[in-house]
Write a protein that binds this ligand. Structure first.
Ligand code: ADP
Ligand code: MG
Length: 146
């Protein structure tokens, strides 16, 4: 699953769904990519894989962190797009990430410092209907290949 090219929104959602079943409490996913790359779509897949209605997942606008209760893990979805780098310190993301669930962060370049154990999910626009998705290993290892 290290490098995948999807041909539709549904396929991108499916990759998120596949990754979700391998996640554990405390996992953090850093979703990078331009506007429209498919980050929120990917999070809908994560939701589905965690037993959450993907239709509930929207782009957080004024709420910076959304919380969705799944069958087992809770999904926390943050979108830092509108934040200044310094402001992310006040969100308490570390505490969230290591509680009872999975934390997915859009625009992680806004973070002022690294989150231990975070794993990158990079989404790149190939063309209108196609995206390249690269999923990295957890930054602190272990390097279990997905
Ligand atoms: P982001 O959160 O990165 O800004 P969204 O997931 O909100 O992106 O939007 C992605 C947009 O790109 C949607 O309008 C979707 O229909 C479109 N799209 C087209 N092809 C794909 C694909 N292969 N994967 C994901 N989204 C796609
Ligand atoms: Mg988004």
């Amino acid at each position: 699953m290290a490098d995948r090219v999807t041909a539709s929104e549904d396929e991108t959602q499916a990759v998120g769904r596949e990754l979700a079943v391998m996640l554990h409490a405390g996992d953090v996913l850093l979703l990078s990519g331009d506007l429209g790359a498919g980050k929120t779509t990917f999070v809908r897949g994560l939701a589905e894989g965690l037993g959450i209605d993907p239709g509930e997942v929207s782009s957080p606008t004024f709420t910076l962190v959304h919380e969705y209760r799944g069958n087992g893990l809770t999904l926390y979805h943050a979108d830092l797009y509108r934040l200044e780098r310094a402001a992310t310190d006040d969100l308490g993301l570390e505490e969230i990430g290591f509680k009872d669930g999975v934390l997915a962060i859009e625009w992680p370049d806004r973070l002022s410092h690294a989150l231990p154990g975070a794993r990158w999910v990079r989404l790149e626009v190939v063309n209108e209907e196609s995206r390249r998705i690269t999923i990295g290993p957890p930054e602190d290892g272990p390097y279990d290949c997905v």
